[in-house]
Design a protein around this ligand. Structure first.
Ligand SMILES: N[C@@H](CCC(=O)N[C@@H](CS)C(=O)NCC(=O)O)C(=O)O
Length: 204
């Protein structure tokens, strides 16, 4: 979609994922800083845009509001095919891409929040939670990265951005098994070496 995007943004949050993707596709965009500590995301003006009060919140050039990091990645990958960040629709490669794109928010993230924020609690029942267990999640992603350079194979896609950003944050926060996993750390090294990742870290 041609035109200017507007990203409601706070550094060191999931909004970074959307900014990284905007840089990958070289979209024309502006950042609108949101001070979460000051509660700007709970102000009526912002809740009118995103009732969840969360970032990333992306305004598309036609004014449509998009939320949910993985959905934003998928949409931008489709809008900028020249960036080659999504396999062709209907192919098996696309199926694998969807699998990992959704694995990040539905397995990696909640498993990590659970293990890091409920340290003194019993794990939630494996059969009841969508991610099963933290160890299952890490075994699964590690197993994939033992076999290939990227979760989707030998080329970087938006799904690698989603999984890579999650694993990078998990490492920063000291999540179990991250620092010890060679496959995961090599993958993080590959994705964070990208120019778009570096540009997305520029000060606001
Ligand atoms: N499901 C959303 C989650 C977004 C989210 O939780 N963002 C956090 C920052 S990492 C936030 O805005 N927190 C502020 C709050 O809830 O008050 C996504 O994947 O984009």
């Amino acid at each position: 979609m041609l035109g200017r995007y507007k990203l409601y943004f706070k550094p060191q949050t999931r909004a970074f994922v959307a900014r990284w993707m905007l840089e990958e596709v070289q979209a024309d965009y502006e950042l609108a800083a949101i001070d979460l500590e000051a509660g700007e995301n709970r102000a009526p003006a912002f809740l009118a845009i995103n009732p969840m009060g969360k970032v990333p919140t992306l305004i598309l050039p036609d004014g449509t509001v998009m939320t949910e990091s993985a959905a934003i990645l998928a949409h931008l990958a489709d809008c900028f095919p020249e960036a080659s960040l999504a396999p062709e629709i209907g192919t098996s490669a696309r199926a694998i891409y969807y699998r990992w794109l959704f694995f990040a928010p539905s397995c990696l993230e909640p498993a990590t929040v659970d293990v890091m924020m409920r340290k003194d609690s019993e794990p939630l029942p494996k059969h009841a939670v969508g991610w099963g267990s933290y160890d299952d999640v890490v075994d699964t992603v590690e197993g994939q990265l033992d076999r290939a350079a990227y979760v989707t194979g030998e080329t970087f896609t938006a799904a690698d951005l989603a999984v890579g950003a999650a694993l990078w944050w998990m490492t920063q926060f000291g999540a179990p098994r991250m620092a010890q996993s060679q496959a995961i750390q090599s993958f993080i090294g590959r994705v964070t070496a990208r120019d778009a990742f570096k540009r997305a870290q520029a000060a606001v």
